[in-house]
Design a protein around this ligand. Structure first.
Ligand code: HEM
Length: 302
């Protein structure tokens, strides 16, 4: 089974995230299904102009039953975390279009055209341009994506290996708005303690110097001698003078990894601690999806 093109490649200079919600009373019919199924071929066409272009279309748990007669076993709502002391809101979203590439103009054109064609059924909830900031840094100034899996590990981590939904991937996304004013006031040494890595040289702080409340201390979770892993394609976004932050997105063969990491970030239930990074940023949207393989996507037009 072939994964959709936007899952495995390394980071690009641009991304475009478009979230759609079903219009009231509009069910997915054959015409909408044919449009959704066309996305992978349209991306191949896009690659004629930008060889680095890739993309993913993915569906949430509520719209899923209108598209397919069976469901990936673990496709479920964005988690609602009991005991959370930081916000992790879930948004009502049905479809995600995640485009990546080096030519933002082409991504814009693609998403604009597809949104117009699908507007009879789907409303656009938000559309956000993610961009590479300096040497792949988050707007906090820290390099993001360093510990992503590499080589063959990317597919092992991100894709279901077998069963009906092989080649597919569970996706979680959250839009974070950074409190840049507060963050900039924090001395670099303290910023490093919040993230758990050095800023300039991007090295992990040694265990003895890394607080349990550092971001990476919250998301490094060892089970049976192995670290839980996900593939992240998060990108900075925002407007000068306006909201800005990180558009977080993860791909994984199971939703459980994101759920466990987020729980350790927002709820002091495991060891009495939460992620101190969340004093400087807050999630304003959240959604969960499954991206079917290209073969399963094309089934939609049969
Ligand atoms: C690592 C930033 C949200 C999971 C990192 C790193 C940075 C970072 C700077 C270190 C470099 C790297 O390995 O990529 C952020 C920011 C976030 C955010 C600014 C939101 C505002 C999340 C969320 C999750 C997550 C919501 C999962 C639920 C991870 C993982 C690592 C990581 C798994 C790698 C840890 C390791 O193995 O060392 N993040 N992150 N992050 N983050 Fe985040």
């Amino acid at each position: 089974m072939t994964p959709q093109s936007g899952i495995l490649p390394p980071a690009n200079g641009h991304a475009l995230f478009t979230l759609f919600r079903r219009r009231l009373g509009r069910r997915a019919d054959a015409r909408l299904k044919a449009l959704l199924a066309s996305v992978s071929d349209r991306i191949i066409h896009l690659q004629g102009e930008d060889p680095q272009a890739s993309g993913v279309i993915a569906f949430g748990p509520h719209v899923w039953p209108e598209l397919y007669s069976s469901k990936p076993a673990l496709l479920r709502d964005f988690p609602s975390i009991s005991g959370a002391i930081h916000p992790a809101p879930a948004s009502e979203v049905d479809v995600l279009l995640h485009l990546r590439g080096e030519r933002y103009d082409l991504l814009h054109e693609f998403a604009d055209q597809l949104s117009a064609e699908m507007s009879e059924w789907l409303d656009v909830i938000e559309t956000v341009h993610g961009f590479r900031y300096r040497d792949a840094r988050d707007l906090t100034g820290f390099v993001d994506g360093t510990e992503n899996p590499v080589g063959e590990e990317r597919a092992e981590v991100a894709l279901l290996a077998d069963g009906d939904w092989a080649g597919g991937s569970y996706i979680h996304l959250q839009r974070y708005v950074h409190r840049m004013e507060q963050w900039k006031k924090l001395p670099v040494r303290q910023q490093e303690a919040v993230i758990g890595r050095t800023k300039d040289t991007n090295e992990e702080l040694p265990d003895e110097d890394r607080p349990h409340t550092a971001h990476i201390s919250r998301v490094i979770i060892e089970e049976d001698g192995e670290e839980l892993a996900m593939l992240r394609h998060s990108m900075p976004y925002g407007s000068p003078g306006g909201d800005k932050g990180l558009y977080f997105i993860s791909y994984c063969k199971t939703p459980v990894v994101f759920e466990k990491m987020l729980t350790r970030m927002v709820a002091p239930t495991s060891d009495g601690r939460v992620d101190h990074m969340l004093n400087f940023t807050r999630a304003v949207t959240g959604a969960a999806f499954f991206a079917p393989s290209i073969e399963q996507l094309k089934q939609l037009q049969k």
